[in-house]
Design a protein. Structure first.
Length: 309
């Protein structure tokens, strides 16, 4: 067996020698190329000034800016009527079996004022007329609200056979949510050397929401912990603004962004309510799920102080 394996071992050694030889030649060629490149470089420093990473760093340092200021979120969206799904027992008598729409109702979100920041970078070879901007803000804690008749009227005042339920109105606030809506826009400045520099932009925003909490007293009457779920679409952004130059490095900005072209579906699940006129006899009323579809429209107003790097 040993003698029969010698030719195979010999062939394996020959292949290994060829591979090592090839690798040695490649290494020698690479070394020679590196030495040639080093000799032809225009700088004698250790750092390679022509490296892509260094070029990106230098460009970013000399062609970017940031601004920080006050950001106000104002919601202008509209909503479909509240829809009740999967109501059971006596709730099905009040809301209807299967699913039903509640007239003159809807949902909305609250407004908030906070800090906001923007990082911008001029696009190469555009003479600083075009720039990319990313606007960020701390997590926005917003109220999730019902609207119209849902605020001060009972959603199910009586059953189909005329029995009064005693279910109270919900009030305006249903719960809270946190939003972290990063947005990216491309802006165009027709004038870049004047004191006042108006601009226009367009882009997209990711409507990311999390950490939802239903804290409405009516919906939490039985401690059943209903949940709030919202879809997370991408919205379009339109932007108008004006920079006012203070010094070579500092400026003030007034900026307005319109956010739209998106639908957000909101669902409050696992709703169990107290019907004072009925619950002592039949217990809690299982409403199921209440949902709405919001045509998302909002405006972000921002006043900020900026600096060029």
């Amino acid at each position: 067996m040993i003698h029969q394996n010698k030719p195979a071992r010999r062939r394996l050694s020959q292949h290994a020698a060829k591979l090592l030889g090839g690798a040695s030649l490649m290494l020698l060629a690479g070394t020679a190329f590196a030495q040639s490149t080093s000799q032809n470089a225009q700088t004698d420093t250790v750092e390679d000034k022509g490296s892509l990473l260094h070029q990106v760093f230098e460009y970013t340092k000399n062609n970017s800016y940031f601004r920080v200021g006050v950001l106000h979120f104002q919601y202008y969206g509209t909503s479909s009527r509240l829809k009740v799904e999967n109501a059971q027992g006596l709730a099905a008598q009040g809301f209807g079996s299967g699913e039903s729409r509640l007239d003159h109702t809807g949902s909305s979100t609250g407004n908030i004022t906070t800090l906001g920041g923007t990082f911008g970078m001029y696009i190469p070879k555009t003479g600083k007329h075009l720039a990319m901007e990313v606007t960020l803000a701390p997590p926005l804690k917003l109220d999730f609200e019902v609207s119209k008749n849902a605020i001060d009227e009972s959603l199910a005042p009586e059953t189909n056979n005329g029995l009064e339920t005693g279910i109270p109105p919900l009030g305006q606030s249903i719960g809270t949510l946190k939003a972290l809506p990063p947005n990216l826009t491309i802006v165009y400045r027709p004038w870049v050397d004047t004191m006042f520099q108006p601009y226009i932009g367009a882009g997209a925003m990711y409507l990311y929401t999390y950490d939802t909490d239903v804290n409405n007293e009516v919906l939490n009457a039985y401690g059943n912990e209903p949940t709030l779920n919202l879809t997370k679409p991408v919205a379009c952004v339109g932007q108008l603004g004006m920079d006012m130059k203070l010094t070579e490095k500092m400026f003030l900005t007034a900026d307005v962004k319109y956010v739209g072209c998106a639908e957000v579906e909101a669902k409050v699940n696992n709703i169990v309510v107290n019907a004072p006129n009925l619950s002592p006899t039949v217990g809690p009323i299982n409403v199921g799920t209440v949902s709405s579809t919001n045509d998302f429209k909002a405006v972000l107003y921002q006043l900020s102080f900026g600096m060029h790097f």
